[in-house]
Each structure stands twice: as C-alpha cells, then as structure tokens.
Design a protein around this ligand. Structure first.
Ligand SMILES: [Zn+2]
Length: 509
C-alpha cells in the first residue's frame, strides 16, 4: 500500500493471544487494539528525486551543491564529427544500440541473436524491441539504472522500459529526437556540459575540433592525444601506421628517432589546437631494461614486418611510453594510463566484428612493481607530469591508491590521481569501492572526479549518478558521527570533486 509520499505500510499484524479466535476480530477490546503491532517501513520509490541519497545530509549536499556544478568530461570517445555537424539522431536505436557494446553483451547473455545486436539488415524497431525484452532481465546490472536515468533525464520519461511499454517509449523518444534541442549539441547543453575531451590519434587533422570551435558552440571540445597505434608494435598494422604518420608529419621515418620527431611535430600541432591531455590504453606497465641500439633494431624489424619476441615488444613499449611521458611533461600536459583490460577474447567474433564489440574483460596482471619503476624513472629525471592511473581490476584499487602517495611532490594538489571507476567498475559498487580506497589511502577531497569514457551523448547522467553516490557516502558518515556536520566544508568538498578540482588540475583554458 502506498500513501503517495514514499511511506508504505507493508503489514499490520494482529497480535493474537491464546483464547482469541484465529481471525482476531471478535471481541475486539481496547487492549487487543493496543496490542496490534503495525510495522511501518519507508519504501523508497524507484529513482525518485532522492535516488541513492539515503540521508537528509546527502540530499542537501546533492540538491544544493553537486547538482548545480557544470560537467567537465575530461575523457570520452565522442565522435568529433557528430559535434561539428550537430548530429540529429535517426532514432533512439541509433543513440542506444548503435555502438553500445555493454547493451549488446547483456542482450547476447539474455539469448538475443547477433542480428538484433549488430546486424546490418535489422530494423531500428526490431533491435529496440529486443533490448526492451532484455531490460527487465537486467535487474541489479548497472544497465537498468543507466537506461532509466537516461530516459528520465533526457526525455522526461519515467515509465519502466519493458515489452509492454516498448512501442510507446520508442515512439516518444523518436518524436523528441526530431526536435532541434535533441541533437548532439542539444544533449550537451541539456546536461550543463562545459567541456569534453575526445580521444584522438596523432595523425588526426582535428578538423572537426576546429570547425566546432569556429562555430561558436559554447561547449568546449578539446582533443586528447592517444598514440596507441605507435605503441602497439606487435600488431600487423604497425608498419602501415608508421607510413601514415610519416605522411601526416611530412617527413621520412626510417628509425625510432625519426618516429619520435614525427610524433613531436604532431604533439605540437595538438597543443596548438588546445590539447593538454594524453591517454594510453595498456595491458600492463612495462619495466624491461633497454638500450637505444636495441630499440633501433626492434623498430627496424617491425618496419620490415619481422616478428618480435615478447621481451622485445615489452622493451619497446617501455621505451615508447617513457618518451611520450617526457613529451607530455615538457608541454605541461596531464597523462592518463588505462591499464588492465584483456581484449578481444573471442577470436571468432573478433574476425566478424573487430575490436570494441563486447568481448573484453578484466585482466589480472601483476603490475605494481613495473608501475613503480616506470613512474620512478620519470620522477628521478624530474619529468613526471600530472598523472591519472585507471585500473580495470578492482583488486588493484588499494595498490593504485597507495602508489599515488609515492610520487606526490607538492607541486599541485593531487598531482598523481586514481582515476574514477572505469568500464566494468563504472557502477554503484565499483565507484563506491574506488572512492573508499582513495578516501582511506589518499585524499578524496583532491579527487578530479568523474568522466564518462563514453561514445554516447546520453551518458552524461553518469556524472549525476557519481555525484549522488559521493553525497551519499559523505551523508552516511555524517549521520553515523564519523564526519562533523560541517556543511560548509562538506559542500566545498562536493563542489570541488564535482567540478572545481578538474577545472584547476587540467588547466585546459
Ligand atoms: Zn577511454
């Protein structure tokens, strides 16, 4: 029974005494009425205004402080062309199922055939219908929250998605997507985004970033430098990539030094276009010793298409990442390392669909020693720039959270950062665990906070989700007496982690 304000009476049990009949409504006296126990509990409504906010302190922190802060989404995979052209989406299917391998994974797990996930000849409605059939089976998976938070905040739809509501939700979303405020830029405005950093290859001409800036769009779209293809020397496409880099940099590349010179040119070009941030997707950190002549030999072998030993590959990656880190330091950029994924596990599906299609998982690499060596080498030379470390394996949360403290040097608050719960950890439990590890082993107050790491223009509610969790953690501590009820300090902390820390840390503009 729902009384309309979140207070639900779940049961009123008569306290039956010996001698009374089982029904208990005969001979009701004042005494027996007084002995009737009524059990009242607060049953919260699903995803109401106080979603995830269990205490009044948390509610005050979120509604009065966190929710008003703009979004700096400092790492994402938006397609810059879609922002430049202010892309209008053809349907909710394009937005939701066009490239979202999280949803494809859930659908496959739920028994949905591949043609409804990635098929080319399947209609938008058929795909959406299969997703709607899957949604009720995603209880307790973060997709259930993401889906309904996106429906609510983007489209104002509070109905639950299921086969029963699929058609009306499909049509309502598609109707809205035809309106001018539901374009790529419209969504960025709706969610109060101030700045996004995309993920870009060094050979990119950044034309869409320039077009967007020249168009006067008030949200800043800044490129971020991701030179993975120049690092992945073991991949068959490495030599072709080096050729492409040579063309773009307008120079010959015959040696490793040439390649570094070409990358420096591109690094300067990115810097001139506002880039202040790099990112590396690595399995592990590398610390294998190398000499310059070994690197030259390894590089030449790769250009000739000869295969490399595992040791040679790791020596090269160690050297490459070190040189890139020096470049970032010289330009006063921030560097990010995303490590710990084991990718493309299903070779049959890899051949069919390529990378990033939902066949990656958490690796279990032992990387603390190599990470320490790598950061220490840079620190010894005075070339360790601001750094963010993201682990895919939550078992390493405490490893990272304690690694940070080894290299904090007082040059700026939180110089070495523990990145927010990434990918499989980008959910209620994962974000909470990351913040708890950072709290007890570092300074949560200096955390640069959330990022979407997403291709979707509907992912911004993840910032809201994160902020609600953050406020909830603090609110619970206050109500348990673990933190003082000092609203001024708590509000500052929440506003800093939501926005101010990132603004001050990255120095984008
Ligand atoms: Zn990413």
């Amino acid at each position: 029974m729902d009384n309309g304000c979140g207070l639900a009476v779940i049961r009123a049990l008569p306290f039956v005494q010996p001698g009374l009949d089982a029904v208990g409504n005969k001979k009701q006296t004042l005494d027996t009425i007084h002995q009737t126990k009524t059990y009242l509990i607060f049953m919260k409504k699903f995803m109401d205004d106080n979603f995830l906010l269990e205490t009044t302190t948390a509610q005050e922190l979120f509604h009065n402080h966190a929710s008003k802060m703009p979004i700096i989404d400092y790492h994402c995979h938006l397609i810059p062309e879609m922002v430049a052209s202010d892309h209008q989406f053809s349907s909710i299917t394009e937005l939701w199922l066009g490239g979202d391998h999280y949803k494809w994974r859930a659908m496959r797990t739920n028994g949905v055939g591949e043609r409804f996930c990635t098929g080319k000849d399947t209609s938008d409605w058929e795909k959406f219908e299969k997703w709607a059939e899957t949604v009720p089976y995603t209880f307790r998976n973060p997709l259930y929250h993401w889906t309904h938070l996106e429906l609510k905040t983007a489209f104002g739809i509070t109905k639950l998605l299921s086969p029963k509501t699929a058609r009306e939700i499909f049509e309502e979303c598609n109707e809205k997507l035809r309106l001018p405020e539901y374009t790529a830029r419209g969504f960025m405005r709706r969610y109060n985004v101030e700045c996004v950093c995309t993920t870009d290859d060094p050979v990119d001409d950044l034309r869409f970033h320039k077009q967007t800036a020249e168009s006067g769009f008030e949200v800043k779209m800044i490129p971020a430098w991701r030179p993975d293809k120049a690092m992945n020397i073991e991949k068959p496409e490495f030599a072709a990539y080096v050729k492409q880099l040579a063309e773009v940099a307008d120079m010959e590349i015959k040696s490793f030094k040439d390649m570094v010179d070409a990358l420096q040119k591109r690094h300067d070009f990115f810097h001139a276009n506002g880039c202040r941030l790099s990112d590396h997707g690595i399995e592990e950190f590398y610390d294998e010793p190398y000499t310059d002549s070994q690197i030259d030999i390894i590089f030449s072998k790769a250009l000739r298409g000869q295969s490399l030993s595992i040791l040679e590959t790791r020596q090269y990656k160690h050297c490459f990442l070190h040189v890139m880190a020096e470049m970032d330091h010289a330009s006063n950029w921030t560097q990010q390392y995303h490590y710990g994924a084991i990718r493309d596990n299903n070779s049959l599906m890899f051949k069919q669909l390529g990378p990033d299609t939902g066949f990656d998982s958490i690796g279990e690499f032992t990387t603390a020693r190599a990470m320490s060596t790598f950061l220490n080498e840079l620190n010894e030379k005075g070339k360790l720039t601001r750094t963010i470390l993201y682990t895919l394996n939550p078992c390493a949360n405490e490893v990272i959270a304690t690694m940070l403290g080894n290299f904090q040097d007082g040059s700026c608050p939180g110089k070495i950062q523990f990145g927010s719960g990434w990918w499989f950890n980008d959910q209620l439990d994962g974000m909470t665990r990351q913040m708890n590890a950072l709290s007890v082993l570092g300074l949560l107050s200096r955390f640069v906070g959330m990022l979407t790491d997403s291709r979707s223009f509907l992912s911004y509610p993840r910032h809201e989700y994160f902020r609600r969790l953050l406020c909830n953690l603090l609110g619970n501590d206050v109500e348990k007496g673990l933190l003082p009820d000092d609203m001024e300090s708590l509000a500052r902390m929440v506003e800093d982690i939501s926005y101010n820390n990132a603004k001050n840390y990255f120095k984008f503009y």
